[in-house]
Design a protein around this ligand. Structure first.
Ligand code: TA6
Length: 300
């Protein structure tokens, strides 16, 4: 029995959840419920698609994305863990950590009466992870596909010492035209402007995107809304146990420089990332658990 048949025997729910061969031959969970549909790759525990019934997809996925076991997927919701961006003191390490580059295990799939489908994925420390980050941990990712997309990343420190890590749900929202969106919820917040020499600044009013934007907002637990007139919709990203929010759009030149991103795709995506990075990194005592969550939805 091949892996996929074995996984389907153990976890599939007829008509609701099935493990199939996705792009690049990578295993993918297809969820179709009365409320919504979603695609979830075991590679990186990567949600690449989410749409409620009759609505346009909320997530952007690049048509040029790689789908291979040694590369990250471009779009959807990559998980950045246990570091964000370049690894401090190790320029050879993968950007954004290893969680998005490894195959996660299915812990379970459940269908609730009201239509929400829950998918639990797990990543445990191994020789492979310890070679990059010398701590034992268990990461559990709960994905609830229903009237909204709910994501819960739980990390347990299974080592005998305190650990400090960064994390992000690096959500790529699908927008009609990023040049005309208005981003609210971060006014008055301090941010690190990575496009301007990592200078620290304070946000005044709402955010508009007028060029390459790469900002880490610190000490903010608020929800963020994105008004998108081109698609006549407003998206909301609510969150918990997250003190950082990252806002990113590569604009023209950076879009061209990325091999796994179409030159003309930058107007159609905006990353609003639920995170704990830089001064907001998480510190966990031995045996302790931290759970960060995000809920992504279209405003009613
Ligand atoms: O979250 C924003 C950011 O850190 C940017 O600096 C940009 O590099 C982006 O992530 C994408 O990173 P990736 O490693 O996926 O190319």
């Amino acid at each position: 029995m091949n892996d996929q048949d074995h996984l389907n025997k153990k976890f599939s729910i007829p008509g609701i959840a099935k493990i199939e061969v996705g792009a690049g031959g990578l295993p993918r969970i297809n969820v179709t419920s009365s409320l919504a549909e979603s695609h979830i790759y075991l590679h990186g525990a990567h949600v690449t698609h989410f749409a409620t019934r009759g609505q346009k997809p909320l997530l952007f996925l690049s048509e040029k994305s790689f789908f291979s076991s040694d590369k990250p997927i471009r779009g959807g919701v990559p998980i950045c863990f246990p570091w964000f961006g370049p690894k401090a003191g190790d320029s050879t390490a993968a950007m954004h950590g290893f969680a998005r580059l490894l195959a996660w295990e299915i812990g379970g799939i459940t269908a609730r009466p009201e239509g929400t489908v829950g998918v639990e994925l797990q990543l445990k420390s191994s020789d492979q992870t310890r070679a990059r980050w010398p701590f034992d941990f268990q990461a559990t990712y709960q994905i609830n596909v229903g009237k909204n997309l709910e994501l819960r990343l739980r990390v347990t420190n299974q080592s005998t010492q305190n650990v400090s890590f960064e994390e992000a749900l690096h959500t790529y929202l699908s927008v009609g035209d990023v040049k005309s969106v208005a981003i609210n919820g971060l006014a008055g917040r301090r941010f690190i402007d990575k496009v301007d020499g990592a200078k620290e600044k304070t946000q005044t009013g709402h955010i508009t995107i007028t060029g390459e934007t790469d900002r880490v907002y610190l000490d903010t637990t608020d929800a963020v809304t994105v008004d998108d007139p081109a698609l006549s919709r407003k998206l909301i990203v609510r969150k918990g146990s997250s003190s950082s929010t990252v806002v990113w759009n590569p604009w023209i030149a950076k879009a061209k420089a990325m091999a796994d991103f179409g030159d003309d795709e930058w107007p159609h995506m905006l990353c609003i990332e639920t995170a704990n990075v830089a001064a907001n990194a998480v510190s966990l005592a031995p045996g302790a658990t931290h759970e960060m969550w995000a809920v992504i939805e279209e405003a009613k």
